[in-house]
Design a protein around this ligand. Structure first.
Ligand SMILES: [Zn+2]
Length: 121
């Protein structure tokens, strides 16, 4: 079977994915520090109710952001795994090669545009 992509392209994508992964993990660490619930003073302070509400909202926002980032981390890890298996850039649903232009925009793409549309609808 002929390879859908050149090794050069795959190496480049791998590098991008690894860099994205590093950035995402660093961002998650940063966000965790911002979480007011992790503030060591939090448990002991006698803050007014409005402060508590603000901390609650801050905590939920940070949690939602971390959840989004973790989702991308898992997508990127899955893409790196596909590179190792020699299956990178092949749509998981229809097994057709994903257009290069799409992979350049979203290196962790697991589906071609058609299948992605079907999955989302
Ligand atoms: Zn497909």
């Amino acid at each position: 079977m002929a390879k859908a992509f050149s090794q050069e392209f795959i190496n480049l994508q791998k590098k991008r994915l690894e860099e994205d992964l590093k950035d995402l993990l660093a961002k998650i660490e940063e966000l965790k520090k911002e979480d007011p619930f992790l503030d060591p003073d939090h448990a002991s302070d006698n803050a007014a109710v409005d402060t508590d509400v603000r901390e609650q909202v801050g905590h939920e926002t940070v949690e939602a952001q971390i959840k989004d980032l973790n989702y991308r981390v898992s997508e990127i890890k899955a893409a790196l795994l596909r590179i190792n298996k020699g299956k990178y850039g092949i749509c998981l649903k229809c097994a057709k090669p994903i257009p290069k232009a799409r992979l350049e925009v979203i290196p962790e793409s697991a589906y071609c545009i058609d299948c992605e549309k079907k999955l989302r609808s």
